[in-house]
Design a protein. Structure first.
Length: 449
């Protein structure tokens, strides 16, 4: 299909919102965003993991219909972006003698890949495999094919998670009768898009501060070297503030307006402790508020620093520094707190995407930051996801009185009075699934159960 007809549709499964986005890939490499819709997901997604298939399928169908209405095109398939508690990387080395000095063949490399997939991962499933390097004889190479050696050793990074994470996604889209063109890890897609080529080559860590989770992704020499999803996010800060007898909306508003990742000592004026006052007559000490926010943000950042250390990549090797994204990256003094906790001084916050162009119908440019994850999934899509455009006069699938072929029931009744249009049966429903919450330690990755 021609590039100008390449419409990509992506759905990002987030802990606070599910985002649907449609864009047209242009010949110059930009993406013309045609439609963006969001629906809340807290009723069926927890820490990035679907726990209610019925509600999630209903949400997917709603998003699909809303995008179809804006595009005036029927969606045939979508790309899905996901994260989720428990995702992390493990490393595996596999060696194979070659029986003499011979060129390494493609078949040999494939045999190593198959052997890696057979390795026991316990009660986890492999989501993706990233080759790290090959030791061909005594030489370390990235592509061993054709290298002459008597032995080869491959090092793989396996990205793993509990089977329910991806299985529930597949079941959800089956329930919604929507084909998945490809499943992608949102944090990895974000890193590919937000990091510059220089950062990915020289070594850089991306930290995505989400609502329920915080993701850590490291690139070095243009290769994904590490990923971990921490089961803590900015929603934990809101819940901590709620413990001061505030409702969720008040706590969230206070966090957004005044929250700081480092404790800012409130100045006492005229012997009175500074407080935040609320319409219902309640108040909260500014000092207590600052301490609450800083304590939780410090816990999150300590976990981030721990994951960077566990990756085995020295901070000195991260020449590209760090890129921060996600809602939590907007918190005041986040860069200062990040540098203090991790020791990484070269830090920037990514708030926009250079190759995404928003159409007038999709929303204002200033809210682009909310859609970075969804746009990164869209950018990786390669297959067309939409049918041909239909006219407003046809109204297509959005006119309940329109039948196949564009005729109305009245006209069809005159020609074929004996034939009645049958309504398709609705999809069945899966039983509700529930996740068990677990205790959170000082430094954690955490599984989804």
């Amino acid at each position: 299909m021609a590039t100008e007809d390449l419409f990509i549709v992506a759905i990002e499964l987030g802990s606070s919102n599910v985002t649907g986005i449609a864009g047209k890939k242009m010949p110059d490499g930009t993406i013309a965003i045609q439609a963006v819709v969001q629906e809340p997901s807290s009723m069926f997604v927890r820490r990035g993991v679907i726990f209610n298939l019925t509600k999630s399928a209903q949400c997917i169908n709603s998003i699909k219909e809303r995008i179809e209405e804006r595009l005036k095109r029927k969606i045939t398939q979508v790309y899905v972006g996901y994260g989720g508690q428990g995702i992390h990387s493990v490393f595996n080395n596999i060696s194979k003698p070659l029986g003499g000095e011979v060129p390494i063949s493609r078949e040999t490399v494939e045999e190593l890949e198959e052997e890696n997939l057979k390795r026991d991962t316990g009660n986890h499933t492999i989501l993706d495999v990233i080759p790290q390097s090959y030791l061909a004889g005594n030489e370390i190479v990235l592509d061993p094919e054709g290298v002459i050696a008597d032995n080869i050793e491959a090092r793989y990074m396996n990205i793993i998670a509990r089977p329910a994470l991806k299985l529930n996604i597949e079941n959800c889209f089956n329930e919604a009768s929507l084909h998945i063109a490809g499943c992608m890890l949102t944090p990895v897609s974000e890193a590919k898009m937000l990091m510059t080529d220089s950062e990915k080559r020289s070594g850089c860590v991306l930290v995505d501060f989400g609502a329920d989770t915080t993701s850590v992704v490291i690139f070095k020499e243009n290769i994904l070297r590490y990923i971990a999803v921490i089961p803590l996010g900015s929603a934990n800060v809101t819940k901590d503030i709620e413990s001061c007898q505030l409702d969720e909306l008040e706590a969230e508003s206070l966090k957004i307006k005044f929250g700081s990742a480092t404790n800012e000592i409130a100045t006492i004026e005229e012997g009175k402790e500074p407080v935040y006052n609320f319409p219902d007559g309640t108040s909260l000490s500014k000092q207590i508020f600052s301490e609450i926010v800083e304590a939780r943000m410090k816990e999150i950042l300590v976990n981030v620093a721990s994951q960077i250390k566990v990756s085995g990549i020295q901070k000195s090797a991260l020449i590209g520094g760090a890129v921060l994204t996600g809602g939590g990256s907007s918190m005041k003094n986040i860069i200062a707190a990040f540098t203090k906790t991790t020791g990484i001084s070269q830090v920037r916050i990514a708030k926009s995407i250079s190759n995404a162009v928003f159409a007038k119908t999709s929303g204002p440019k200033e809210i682009e930051e909310k859609y970075i994850g969804a746009i990164s999934i869209l950018d990786e899509g390669t297959q067309n996801c939409c049918g041909t455009e239909y006219s407003d006069t046809d109204k297509g699938i959005f006119n309940p009185e329109t039948t196949e072929g564009g005729q109305t029931p009245d006209k069809e009744k005159e020609e074929k009075p004996q034939k009645e249009e049958k309504k398709p049966k609705g999809p069945g429903f899966f039983k509700r699934l529930s996740d068990k919450l677990q205790n959170i330690g000082t430094t954690i990755i955490g599984d989804d159960e």
